[in-house]
Design a protein around this ligand. Sequence first.
Ligand SMILES: CC(C)(COP(=O)(O)OP(=O)(O)OC[C@H]1O[C@@H](n2cnc3c(N)ncnc32)[C@H](O)[C@@H]1OP(=O)(O)O)[C@@H](O)C(=O)NCCC(=O)NCCS
Length: 321
Amino acid sequence: MQLSSAIYKYLPWGAGSLATARWRWLARSSILAENSTMPNSVSNSAIIIRSLTTIEELEAVLRLEKEVWGFEDADVTPLTLAVAMKATGSIWLGAFKKDAMIGFAFAFPSLEEGKIGFHSHTLAVHPAFDNRGLGYQLKMAQRDRALARGIAEITWTFDPLRSRNAHLNFAKLGVISNSYRLDFYGAQTSSSLHTNGTDRLWVTWRLADSRVEERVKGRRRRSETLDALALLEPLVRFNGDGNPAEADLRQALSRQRIAIEIPGDIGQMESSDIGRARQWRLATRRAFTEALNAGFTVTEFCRSIRGQQGPGAYLLEKVNH
Ligand SMILES: CC(C)(COP(=O)(O)OP(=O)(O)OC[C@H]1O[C@@H](n2cnc3c(N)ncnc32)[C@H](O)[C@@H]1OP(=O)(O)O)[C@@H](O)C(=O)NCCC(=O)NCCS
């Protein structure tokens, strides 16, 4: 299905309070069934995830990119680049409710250390629709498209201090990570999500591995991960007043498993106390860097290990690949 450009006059962006009212109206009905699988496209309560085909649809992606990240124009993906990427094998997916794009996922072909795969550059869901499984469904659709093209691995990066992303990536999707990149996009960009630097965990999603297959079937490993975490003294942990406390590095790295805690809501902390958020960045940067250099792999993340508002924790293990 292609959307005619005439439809776009109804899209909400740029229409001020009318736009806000429209998002509230669109958000009212339920979205996707959690853990549903989608061979080609998914539709539920009028939400459809499908490949993007027109320049107008790519323009809608870039508007949503600007809105979700709060970018200035200079930091938004150029339309001409998006078009060229589309023409050369990238996967562009959009989630639509009625005529409005409410989420998207973009992955381009990659050649990393001689291995052909996809690198997923952006995934976004409009805040009016978050926490309803839409991010997960977009990733499932991306997985389907990659597998259909004979590609079994997708990589991407995310900010390891963002608990929601950590939960989505490790607990729901089953990624692993053995690489930490310091200020990957530079020390700061115009995005409101990048005020505390742009350190990233580089994750690998092995699409056909049993580990991923079991997550796709809805089996998560929360209780096993909690059991493992319960036995560990975290390398970085909450010290009671909300600041990070660091354990003895040498001792921790001599073990087979270690834990690294993070705040439950770093965005809120960045708004209320950027100094404290920065302390968390520096403590977790040191812990991840040292642990990954020592041969650990990040294998799991468990959110809210001490109740709803508490911290989450990563599990890192010495594993053979
Ligand atoms: C990351 C993003 C795509 C997730 O989209 P989404 O539709 O909310 O994702 P889902 O609903 O599939 O999964 C979110 C999960 O995190 C959980 N969650 C929400 N807040 C959380 C928190 N503070 N800590 C841990 N988990 C949290 C949700 O409950 C849900 O898990 P569940 O299904 O087990 O209950 C969306 O938040 C977004 O666009 N963020 C800004 C851009 C971004 O970070 N993109 C990704 C990197 S490029």
